[in-house]
Design a binder for this molecule. Structure first.
Ligand SMILES: *[C@@H]1O[C@H](CO)[C@@H](O)[C@H](O)[C@H]1NC(C)=O
Ligand SMILES: CC(=O)N[C@H]1CO[C@H](CO)[C@@H](O)[C@@H]1O
Length: 333
């Protein structure tokens, strides 16, 4: 009886303490979640047909993963679908309505965070974006629809690659300016780098040397990096290099974040459903946790209703990684 009432008292105290906290953190990090693919599928067919070329994440998955403790979902979209034909044009109302619906479900119904991610690799209609001022207008238009929702994070562009670092800098800076000018001043902005924004090459690619100088009038930038654990770091093989490769590959980026007084988010990671990869993922998550002053969290790649038997599928109820990798991730979040 005494034991029981102590527990009740402790629980009540914890509730009383927890009540004023507005932001919903996970235990070890500010953010931990899953990418939810679908709306960026079928990029070879633009604009594409909903239900044939692309789809949207399903709310039951958000329910399941939120119940497991995850508090952030990254929603990849295509720039050409949200603002077609030219970056300075208007939004496509139907695509925006679907995006808003899933974002509102995540942020309002579930009370957790949603990342709006332009999954465009620094390209628009397949061509490297060369005009930062157009990209500034693009982001001013897109962000204005979400400016009152502080649980949204804006992910400027997914995985720039094979373009000048100076252009990556200019595009990011223009997008930051566009977002803030639209009145979206409370949201975190996620900045990605060149070389597919790999954590393992953040310093060696020159991303660190160029992107550290980005400025935000609202001082709310987070550097988003991705890390896969196969030999070329591309996330195309279920074989990981070895059991320590996760911790090894984030070490230099961790040092860069700390030295430069920046915050990071590991926006994509995955490993195959096998013991070496699971050990490598666990080692990486332990290293992130040990450095959670600079790493705000991480997101698994990836969920979404159309992955089928994809090796990294975190989609409930039977995705390969949902069944075999996610249970090893949960203790770290
Ligand atoms: C894993 O591979 C990395 C990269 O080749 C190497 O630096 C590290 O020492 C290896 N770890 C083990 C335990 O062999
Ligand atoms: C590792 C991996 O699958 N990365 C994917 C990220 O998302 C884009 C768009 O869905 C894919 O093209 C990448 O392969």
């Amino acid at each position: 009886m005494h034991f029981f009432s102590t527990l009740v008292a402790a629980g009540t105290a914890a509730l009383a303490l927890a009540a004023p906290v507005k932001q919903k953190r996970v235990k070890n990090f500010q953010y931990f979640g899953v990418n939810e693919s679908g709306a960026e599928f079928g990029a070879g067919n633009l604009p594409g047909t909903l239900g044939t070329d692309y789809t949207w994440p399903v709310t039951s998955t958000i329910d399941t993963l939120t119940a497991k403790g995850f508090n952030i979902f990254r929603i990849p979209i295509l720039m050409e679908r949200i603002i077609p034909n030219e970056m300075t044009g208007p939004v496509n109302a139907a695509y925006l309505a679907s995006l808003t619906s899933i974002v509102n479900y995540i942020t309002q119904t579930k009370g957790v965070y949603a990342i709006i991610d332009c999954q465009n690799f620094g390209r628009y209609y397949g061509t490297i974006m060369e005009t930062p001022s157009d990209f500034q207008t693009f982001w001013a238009t897109l962000s204005s629809s979400f400016k009152t929702n502080s649980k949204v994070l804006f992910d400027i562009n997914n995985e720039y690659h094979d373009m000048p670092n100076t252009l990556v800098f200019s595009l990011n800076q223009a997008a930051i300016t566009g977002i803030r000018s639209s009145g979206a001043t409370t949201q975190t902005i996620l900045v990605e780098g060149n070389a597919y924004t790999g954590a393992w090459t953040w310093v060696s690619s020159g991303n660190g040397a160029t992107l550290g100088a980005l400025t935000d009038p609202n001082d709310n930038l987070v550097y988003e990096m991705h890390q896969y654990l196969d030999s070329d770091g591309s996330g195309t093989s279920s074989v990981c290099v070895n059991s320590t490769i996760g911790a090894d590959r984030i070490a230099a980026a961790t040092q860069w974040l700390r030295t430069n007084n920046k915050k990071g988010l590991l926006g994509e990671f995955a490993g195959g459903a096998n013991p070496t990869c699971i050990a490598a993922v666990e080692g990486m998550l332990a290293a992130l946790k040990a450095n959670s002053d600079v790493w705000l969290g991480a997101l698994m790649w990836g969920g979404g209703p159309w992955w089928g038997d994809y090796m990294f599928s975190v989609e409930p109820p039977s995705g390969t990684a949902y069944e075999n990798v996610l249970p090893s991730v949960l203790p770290f979040i």
